[in-house]
Design a protein around this ligand. Structure first.
Ligand code: SAM
Length: 339
């Protein structure tokens, strides 16, 4: 096992397969125009596969495909098949906004997809439109139904909670999750790159989420478990379980084993990291697998990032990256880095 300077193992890799998205969520992509990664820079499936082999040899055993919106990447089931054939992977998951899910889920499951998370912040059509600048809520519901059919033992629904936007829908979303046999996870609004409209007063904290749920359902008890998963899980009196990802008010950097590979092959060791390691350049320059492996090992062994904790320690906290910097370097964007 390779450990970083804080003893955290290299284990979870999030693979962004595209920086493009078919939604414009106000907490992630609120601008009218974006600087996209040059098409020729995007890793081909064979290149992704080679890098994943090297990562697996260094200890990575959990992969999650993300983006942007991963289902916009053409022939994604083909990549899924290449990845699912790899020995040593314990988990192969996908995060999607659900719009194209009904269309692709069977091919993805046939290709080896094992777990899925669908993002959904509101059940109300007018709010969905205001929040995402899209009318596609009915297609997200179709995607959820498809996920329920294909993953009968359950899947996850991720909801970013923003005060004054959807904080009155927590109970409705838990009930919706129950009807889909899905576990809902509430994510605190994060000040990541791209969230240019973030401000502390819009964050609904874990404490407030719990109080809201307890006010409706009665006692909410923590589920006792050891895990490096970002969500802490809670149980309602009737046994329903939901999660909270409190990256903003109670970050979990101390056991973060996640890193991120962008669609153009930049490797980031923290969601808040200013710089990444350019694995595409190495791969395309013909650098051998052994040397890329040592770049990965060296990078991880020197890792001391605690981005979310450092953000929390700041007194005066506001949007992380100013718009002008995002325009200059799209790698600072959450949708490029892979949420
Ligand atoms: N398009 C896919 C999706 O919607 O799930 C994958 C990429 S998206 C960037 C991954 C997750 O990041 C989504 O659940 C999204 O809600 C979350 N996210 C984006 N910006 C966020 C922010 N400012 N705070 C918290 N979560 C955020």
């Amino acid at each position: 096992m390779i450990a970083d300077l804080l003893g955290r193992p290299l284990r979870n890799l999030r693979l962004s397969v595209t920086d493009r998205c078919n939604l414009r969520c106000e907490y992630c992509m609120p601008e009218d125009e974006y600087q996209w990664l040059p098409r020729e820079d995007l890793l081909h499936f064979e290149e992704i596969s080679s890098l994943v082999d090297i990562f697996i040899a260094q200890g990575v055993d959990r992969l999650r495909l993300t983006g942007g919106e991963p289902l916009l990447r053409r022939d994604l089931p083909k990549l899924m098949k290449m990845l699912s054939a790899k020995a040593g992977l314990k988990d192969l998951a996908l995060t999607t906004n659900g719009i194209l899910l009904a269309q692709h889920i069977d091919a993805l499951a046939d290709a080896g997809l094992r777990r899925i998370t669908v993002s959904l912040d509101t059940l109300r059509a007018d709010r969905f439109k205001a929040l995402t600048r899209s009318d596609e809520l009915p297609r997200v519901h179709e995607g959820m139904q498809a996920a329920k059919r294909v993953f009968p033992s359950g899947f996850k629904i991720d909801t970013v909670v923003i005060k004054g936007v959807n904080d009155d829908e927590l109970v409705d979303l838990i009930e919706y999750g129950r009807s889909m046999h899905a576990e809902v996870r509430f994510i605190e609004y994060m000040d990541v790159g791209g969230a240019t409209k973030w401000s502390p007063d819009r964050v609904m904290s874990r404490r407030e989420i719990l109080a809201r749920c307890a006010g409706h359902y009665g006692a909410v008890t923590p589920v006792d478990e050891q895990s490096s998963a970002p969500a802490d899980r809670y149980q309602l009196p009737d046994g329903t379980v939901f999660g909270i990802i409190s990256s903003t008010t109670q970050p979990f950097c101390s056991n973060c084993d996640r890193s991120r590979l962008t669609a153009d092959g930049m490797w980031y060791l923290c969601l808040y990291a200013a710089k990444g390691i350019d694995l595409r350049a190495a791969l395309r320059a013909g650098v051998g697998a052994d040397q890329i492996a040592s770049m990965i090992r060296g990078g991880w062994q020197a890792r001391d990032d605690r981005g979310a904790e450092q953000r929390l320690a700041l007194g005066d906290r506001r949007a992380f990256v100013p718009m002008t910097s995002l325009k200059k370097d799209p790698h600072l964007e959450m949708h490029t880095r892979g949420g």
